[in-house]
Design a protein around this ligand. Structure first.
Ligand SMILES: Cc1cc2nc3c(=O)[nH]c(=O)nc-3n(C[C@H](O)[C@H](O)[C@H](O)COP(=O)(O)O)c2cc1C
Length: 221
């Protein structure tokens, strides 16, 4: 769907998702994240960039697992420490995962995806048309209910910083894996919040598309 159509539908309150495709599972198991190896850090930084062209091919479960762990995974199991920082360790940013087979929420403790809605909401995650068919759109959502110890005036900015750190982890993971990604703030907040069924304490901060760049070879290609 092109940008103008999305804007018009958004104004009319009619920008919605599509029915999910394939089998919709209440819980999607993920293989363990590969927490060693990959590109050397300085090389990944050298390659980090935004891309806005994606092939529709699905990501491999291992790639999805690595990306989610990079964004929001637990890297210190003794106290539940995460790969990205958060003010007062509030861990207030939830990672939602929009796939063709439904909208899921990443659950870091069990490293699984939990079904939120059996709907393909990818096209609502941004005004740009590539978000509709790229295999993965991430949505970073702050839960203000988890920030009660942070002064109210600071909550949005602290959560945005935390989401930015998570998004940069995804950028570096993509650079290492040869995947394309772009972080995005240009989306219809009202339409997306409704499509996701978010509550009053939840605030969408950022979205991020991930997929194969046009020239890359994907499994089975
Ligand atoms: C907060 C933020 C919001 C952004 N929003 C969008 C967006 O809505 N759409 C988009 O295509 N790119 C978006 N970008 C990506 C920037 O355009 C991109 O990072 C910038 O052009 C620099 O390019 P580079 O990432 O390749 O270095 C956003 C970046 C940031 C940090």
């Amino acid at each position: 769907m092109n940008t103008l159509t999305k804007m018009a539908l958004g104004l009319l309150g009619q920008l919605h998702g599509r029915p999910a495709s394939g089998e919709v599972l209440g819980e999607l198991a993920l293989p363990p994240a590969r927490t060693t190896g990959g590109l050397a850090l300085m090389e990944a930084l050298s390659r980090r960039h935004s891309e806005r062209e994606f092939r529709p091919d699905a990501l491999a479960p291992e790639q999805l697992s690595d990306l989610l762990w990079a964004a929001a995974g637990i890297n210190r199991s003794e106290h539940g420490g995460r790969t990205a920082p958060s003010a007062l360790n509030a861990q207030e940013v939830d990672l939602y995962v929009a796939l063709s087979q439904g909208l899921y929420r990443y659950e870091p403790q069990r490293h699984v995806l939990l079904l939120v809605k059996a709907e393909d909401v990818r096209r609502v995650t941004g005004y740009q048309d590539f978000v509709d068919h790229a295999p993965l759109d991430l949505v970073y959502v702050a839960d203000h209910g988890r920030m009660k110890t942070v002064p109210a005036a600071m909550r949005e900015s602290y959560a945005s910083v935390a989401a930015g750190a998570m998004a940069q982890n995804v950028y570096l993971c993509c650079a290492s894996a040869g995947l394309a990604t772009v972080v995005r703030a240009w989306f219809d907040r009202q339409a997306l919040g409704q499509a996701m069924g978010l509550g009053p304490e939840q605030q969408i901060l950022l979205t991020q598309t991930v997929g194969w760049p046009p020239a890359a070879s994907s499994p089975g290609a």
